[in-house]
Design a protein around this ligand. Structure first.
Ligand SMILES: [Ca+2]
Length: 328
């Protein structure tokens, strides 16, 4: 299966773990990568460093859009990005205008179109804010089938690093650029999307012995272990979170391409509001759907989009699959 990854690699360690998984999973062929959201010089450099550490064959890396399509949202980094993998990284923490202005943005969208056309992926794994894909949808470009990490459909199930209080907080990727999500969902019947939402992904994780196993592996795995520890340190010291952990949001989203049995799946009809809060429009008798409560406001002219969503996961099987493919 030919895979393109669209990623905000560098903030949470899970994008790096997903990239390594795709590189080492023999049933997946990585044919291209695009970066998105914030200081992309840092994200591009991390991609190239990990490709080098993996001894991967040359693969195209396309620099995407730094600034969300949504007014008032900015491209954000937190300051720890690049540590443990780059020499002396100095990320720009906040980007409010697209580098090169409108012409720069247009050139990067054209580069994305050209890259996807040449790479002919069977599928795009979208593991960051949907800015790049939303810009393509807005430009009328047909997208390959998507597998997306994002959204939260069960708002009553606590999920996320902020614990109980985060129950009604939108999921990060979709919060960062809700207009981009609306453009992607606005493709309607032209969209073939599988979504792995936060209430599922937050149940997965690597524990300390797992990270220790990575540290005993090859250079790529040693770097992944160092990135895991940097992410745990950032959660503890920079974000002051009570329960730092390495959740496997993005590796799970990649792994279901070859191991769909890691999750239980259901067809859904969803909409996303202007804050990035997802709502199910097909409650039926499903306990997950009915827990989401009444449908929220729909974007103008948008009556919901059919997707396939993960609704349950086997967490130990996810970490076991990741570590097995990474060879530790
Ligand atoms: Ca990500």
């Amino acid at each position: 299966m030919r895979i393109w990854i669209d990623t905000d690699i560098g903030t949470d360690v899970d994008d790096a773990l997903a990239l390594a998984y795709v590189l080492r999973q023999p049933d997946l062929e990585l044919v291209g990568i695009s970066t998105v959201f914030g200081d992309l010089s840092i994200r591009d450099a991390i991609v190239r460093r990990l490709l080098d550490l993996a001894g991967a064959p040359p693969v195209r890396v396309v620099t995407g859009l730094s600034v969300p399509l949504t007014d008032g949202r900015h491209g954000l980094l937190f300051g720890h990005e690049g540590r443990a993998v780059l020499d002396d990284p100095r990320p720009t923490l906040r980007i409010e205008t697209e580098p090169g202005g409108a012409a720069g943005a247009e050139a990067r969208v054209e580069a994305l179109v050209a890259g996807l056309d040449e790479a002919t992926p069977d599928l795009v794994v979208a593991i960051g804010p949907l800015t790049n894909l939303g810009a393509l949808a807005r430009a009328g470009v047909d997208l390959p089938p998507l597998t997306i990490m994002g959204g939260k459909f069960d708002h009553d199930r606590p999920s996320g690093p902020w614990g109980e209080a985060s129950g009604r907080r939108p999921e990060w990727n979709w919060y960062c650029d809700p207009v981009a999500v609306q453009h992607v969902l606005g493709l309607g019947e032209r969209l073939d999307a599988t979504v792995v939402p936060a209430e599922v992904t937050f149940r997965t994780g690597l524990d300390d012995p797992d990270v220790h196993r990575l540290a005993g592996g090859d250079r790529l795995n040693q770097t992944l272990a160092a990135l895991c520890r940097e992410w745990l340190r950032a959660q503890d010291q920079d974000f002051d979170l009570p329960d730092p952990r390495v959740a496997l949001h993005d590796p799970l989203t990649a792994a279901v391409l070859v191991r769909p049995e890691l999750c239980r799946w259901s067809d859904r009809t969803i909409t996303v509001d202007d804050r990035g809060r997802a709502t199910l429009l097909d409650p039926n008798d499903d306990p997950v759907a009915s827990a989401a409560g009444p449908a929220g406001p729909s974007p103008a002219g948008h009556r919901g989009t059919k997707i396939r969503a993960a609704v349950d996961v086997d967490p130990p099987a996810v970490s076991a699959e990741l570590l097995a493919v990474l060879g530790v």
